[in-house]
Design a protein around this ligand. Structure first.
Ligand code: 2RA
Length: 332
């Protein structure tokens, strides 16, 4: 497969290259794409140095697959141009996620929707992916009525400059400010920009994308997204009200039996998920499962995942693997 990685020098792009190697993805030719100023520089892939090319040259290369992580404006302008060449685009930006003609895919949940005609496929937001991975088996079993989620999001979700701000503040330096405030020793209830309704885009992504992925607009979801001085992954405190009652032992069994979910839940021995220990892993870790005694048919859980891996790069590559395994990508 001739594979383009658009945004190859960004945080997610670099992880995608790493995961393509880790999973021995069938890359016969890699086309790394980055900004004009990076064209001609090289990146390392499978022990070789590969030259970065421009978007236009990558389009002309008629790739089989293009994995995008280059921001919404690049995706909006260039994904259709790659698709017009017969390239299947899997995009990490929010540009296409809520387009009614574009599939929004977490392979373990809804990859079966995909067809060979899908030439632009949207990868969900990182905080959505880990949430729906845990919600899906519960929704199938008990039918979710309402979800309240509070996120504790890693600075890696913002990007390299945010990591540099945190590390600079830890060293008591005056780093460039990506956030409006200091992030070290702090928590910012502000991920992405505020909308007119008082929520941030990040919070509305959780609401809108969850309904689309679970194919159920009756699910009510309200979110508060918080940035915290953490690097290993995103954490989420989730309160779930079901239409029907549930059995806690059965809930734990459902989590344990769900591919891609790892149950880490034994408060007696202080076993619960934490971002420091999710970093570099592809699983979604679930714990602190307990009944919400304040309301019937309602439970709480804690969900942690590496936002750069399952939250972005790994999920993207799993979609590509599914397409290949099911004969949905015709080699150009
Ligand atoms: C964030 N989910 O964490 C967003 C984008 N990666 O900032």
């Amino acid at each position: 497969m001739k594979v383009a990685v658009v945004g190859a020098t960004g945080m997610v792009g670099k992880i995608m290259l790493q995961i393509l190697e880790e999973r021995n993805f069938p890359v016969t030719e890699l086309i790394p794409v980055a900004s004009e100023r990076s064209v001609g520089n090289t990146i390392d892939f499978k022990g070789e140095k590969v030259a970065i090319v421009s978007l236009e040259d990558a389009i002309d290369a008629k790739c089989d697959i293009a994995l995008f992580s280059a921001g919404g404006s690049i995706s909006l302008e260039y994904a259709p141009k790659f698709a017009a060449q017969g390239t299947t685009v899997i995009d990490n930006s929010s540009a296409w996620r809520m387009d009614e003609n574009i599939k929004l895919v977490v392979p373990e949940i809804n990859a079966s929707q995909l067809t060979a005609e899908d030439k632009i496929i949207a990868n969900p937001n990182c905080s959505t992916i880990q949430l729906v991975m845990a919600l899906k088996p519960l929704h199938d079993k008990y039918k979710i009525k309402r979800v309240i989620v509070s996120t504790y999001q890693s600075v890696t979700g913002t990007g390299k400059e945010a990591v540099e701000q945190l590390e600079g503040e830890i060293r008591n330096e005056k780093p460039n400010m990506v956030y409006p405030y200091q992030i070290f020793k702090n928590a910012l209830p502000h991920c992405d920009v505020f909308e007119d309704n008082g929520y941030t885009k990040e919070e509305m992504k959780l609401t809108n994308e969850t309904k689309k992925i679970l194919s159920d607009d009756t699910i009510q979801l309200t979110a508060t997204a918080v940035r915290v001085p953490v690097q290993g992954g995103h954490s989420e405190s989730v309160n779930i009200e079901f239409e029907n009652d549930f059995d806690l032992k059965e809930v734990r069994q459902l989590m344990h039996n769900t591919p891609g979910i790892v149950l880490k839940d034994n408060p007696d021995t202080q076993i619960y998920p934490m971002p420091l220990y999710s970093e570099g892993k592809d699983d979604v870790f679930v714990g602190r499962i307990r009944r919400d005694f304040s309301q019937e048919n309602t439970m709480n859980m804690w969900i942690v995942a590496d936002n750069l891996r399952k939250g972005a790069a790994t999920n993207t590559i799993q979609i590509a693997e599914y397409l290949i395994a099911n004969g949905l990508i015709k080699q150009n």
